[in-house]
Write a protein that binds this ligand. Sequence first.
Ligand code: NAD
Length: 324
Amino acid sequence: MKNRITELLGIRYPIVQGGMQWVGRAEMAAAVSNAGGLGTLGALTQPTPEDLAREIERCRAMTDKPFGVNVTMLPTVNPPPYERIFDVIVDGGIRIVETAGNVPAAVFDRLRAAGIVIVHKCTSVRHALAAEKRGVHIVSIDGFECAGHPGEEDVPGLVLIPAAVSALNVPVIASGGIADGRGMAAALSLGAEGVNMGTRFVATREAPVHDNVKQALVKARENETRLIMRTLRNSSRVLLNPVSEEVLELEHRPGGAAFEVLRPLVNGQRGRAALESGDTTNGVIWAGMVAGLIDDIPSCGELIERMVAQCRARLAAAAALAAA
Ligand code: NAD
């Protein structure tokens, strides 16, 4: 499974764990990297840049394989100290950064100058082309199915992945809607050179969240996520639960709801508490439609080996069909 993605990222299998808020900690990233994929720490998960520096060291103590750091630049309740976060990343010798959101060109310039491979995550071909022009090395294109922020254009992966592949010269990672080797084979067939998964990795033994959260993902069906904050043009795909229902109810009242009205429901600290306590009814739990494809809680190693085997079998079956 050697291609531009495995070469650029220095990994065995072209499978990336996207940087997930509150989940992308050393336990998660190291488990994925040790299993042959690329694990990713979430920079904003750490309370301060100094904590991020310590988390990077903790991850290094848990794996000698490459891992990345995600820096998301989207609206936040408290503005993160991005300059100092990038200082820590560059000074800490990180070789791979996953960016998302509205990233200034100067940030890409700085990362490139430091020899860092930039994987930029985005949700439209237009933004992907702009990022390519600004020098990112890889685009991770996020279909409408994805957890988190799918953007406002609602193009699912089956269309978005080949559209991005056709438009770009840099290699593409397919993100959103992938949970197993079938999805991986489909993404590769559409021209992507790797896959990114978030929700699927939350339902693994090593994911640092309460077991109730993993069980909730096993239980959820593909139609049990909701898009909240669409009225604020900050659409966010989360699990269906009383909190997401209340957010939608407030948003759909005549006149809508300002962010300040939604903040007590959607704020990240409340979501974090839900992930840690296991009270999945009392905070926003980010999840993609692939929740409907998850029915067990394997280790990251089992998951990745199984995916790769299933992907190979699917591609071989397709090749046999083509030759018949
Ligand atoms: P937070 O507590 O800062 O904010 C909670 C939610 O409210 C987030 O979805 C955020 O985008 C949104 N928000 C904050 N201020 C807003 C405003 N003024 N207008 C509209 N929406 C607003 O978030 P957090 O949980 O600490 O997460 C930190 C960052 O990581 C946020 O930018 C969040 O969106 C992002 N994140 C990204 C993903 C992803 O899938 N890429 C998943 C989780 C969180």
